[in-house]
Design a protein around this ligand. Structure first.
Ligand code: DOR
Length: 438
């Protein structure tokens, strides 16, 4: 018999439901699913007792920092971080140096990721040349190179005619979609955190909720006009959710993601001036957080996306008005969601897994690559084994990303990824935690 791996004693959660099942993996696939499997003499046996086995997680928003900023993270280290977090596929963002606005760069990212072999990567592409916002990129050529998401993430495209033109092209391409970093440039100019009580107390310029809502509203109208599929990147406030609901009622093809940080944290964290909590869009009020949590629990939010945004210490250990925005998240997103949403009973485990796996897989057309599908015999063995109750302390020395700007560092989180498999090969095992000394 070919060498195989048997996962014993766990519970499977996928789109078909939750059930007890043992799985045998061989030749890159799930070859056997049964109540009880006799592994035989040659199989590697993984004890999954007390664990859930889920289709590999899929991240809609990962910043890999390559090309350009390899000291911060590389495709190698970023995708290793993804595997550590239970992800088998990620969509990488185009705000690198140079930015991903040419088909050769899309291919380069995808090729480097394939060589690293930690997880599948689908490079997104910029929607404007140089992410400058004034000229659409060659959408058809970028699509042919493999891009499905078109976005200038990091900044919004403010020229409505450019967005319209991109959407008109995207509407003709199967599986393609437009995603926007929705923050009105003029309204956020000079702003660093949410505009509100905390920004006033700290005497620092804020970024108002209206900056997000204005761009989302405009884009939803353009999506309606053009028929393009539209995805709201990192929604941070109740107003955005209201706009998405209204657009859905009008028949607009729209999906929306939220980050674990916007679900777990609020602007209150910034009172001490710690730039680890600085990100764009900024952490908002408790009321916005409550609306995001409710919408996730109701299934109105399609996906939880990490917005893994590594930055070196020297760019984060600065006063708020000088520090870079963003935090790493691939290794901690699942645990943050389990700790903040599932443990307190705000959302069901199944809802959180859906938002981290099969729902985002469909948004990015990564289901076509074998991600997020039901764990049945014959399916590609892209999956994660999670202990939903294991408590662990986040120690950035044990995380794979080269950067340590994670506000959960030092915190005890609940729920740990024990193993990740990509096409049957182990890409992460908790037994291989990089040591603090190493
Ligand atoms: O906080 C953020 N950082 N938000 C983004 O959209 C971009 C990201 C980055 O690239 O650092």
């Amino acid at each position: 018999m070919a060498p195989s791996t048997v996962l014993r004693g766990g519970e499977v959660i996928d789109e078909l439901g939750t059930r007890r099942a043992e799985l045998r993996l061989a030749d890159g696939h799930i070859v056997e699913v049964a109540n009880s499997i006799d592994p035989g003499p040659d199989a590697d046996v993984i004890d999954a007792l007390g664990c859930v086995i889920v289709p590999g997680l899929v991240d809609l928003q990962t910043h890999l920092r390559e090309p350009g900023d390899g000291h911060v993270d590389t495709i190698e280290s970023g995708t290793a971080a993804a595997a550590q977090g239970g992800f088998t596929a990620v969509v990488s963002m185009p705000n690198t140096t140079p930015c991903i606005d040419h088909p050769d760069l899309v291919r380069m990212v995808n090729d480097l990721a394939r060589a690293a072999a930690h997880c599948d990567v689908m490079s997104s592409a910029a929607m404007s040349v140089g992410r400058a916002g004034d000229r659409p990129t060659d959408i058809a050529a970028l699509y042919d190179a493999g891009a499905r998401l078109f976005t200038d993430d990091g900044t919004a495209v403010m020229d409505s005619a450019v967005v319209r033109s991109v959407m008109e092209r995207v509407a003709t391409l199967p599986g393609a979609y437009v995603g926007q970093h929705a923050e009105d440039e003029a309204l956020i100019a000079g702003g660093h955190i949410n505009e509100g009580v905390v920004s006033a107390e700290l005497g620092i310029r804020g970024r108002p909720v209206a900056a997000e809502a204005i761009v989302v509203d405009r884009d939803l109208r353009l999506a309606e006009l053009t028929g393009a599929r539209y995805h709201v990147l990192h929604a941070s406030c109740a107003q955005t959710l209201d706009l998405v609901r209204a657009a859905r009622r009008r028949g607009v093809d729209v999906s929306v993601e939220v980050t674990p940080q916007h679900l777990a944290l609020t602007e209150e964290m910034l009172r001490g001036g710690d730039a680890l909590y600085k990100m764009n869009p900024p952490l908002r009020t408790t009321a916005d957080q409550a609306a995001l949590r409710q919408a996730l629990a109701d299934g109105q939010i399609d996906a939880i996306a990490t917005d893994h945004a590594p930055h070196p210490d020297e760019r984060k250990s600065l006063p708020l008005h000088e520090a870079a925005p963003g935090m790493t998240g691939l290794e901690t997103s699942l645990a943050a969601a389990l700790t903040e949403l599932v443990e307190p009973g705000i959302a069901a485990l199944e809802t959180v897994i859906a938002a981290l796996s099969w729902k985002p897989a469909r948004i990015a057309a990564l289901n076509e690559w074998g991600h997020g599908g039901p764990l049945v015999a014959g399916a590609p063995a892209n999956l994660a084994v999670i202990d939903p109750h294991e408590r662990w302390t986040v120690d950035t020395a044990e995380l794979s990303s080269r950067s340590s700007n994670n506000p959960f560092r030092g915190r005890v989180l609940n729920g740990r990824v024990r193993h990740t498999f990509l096409r049957g090969s182990s890409t992460w095992s908790v037994d291989r935690v990089p040591s603090a000394a190493g």
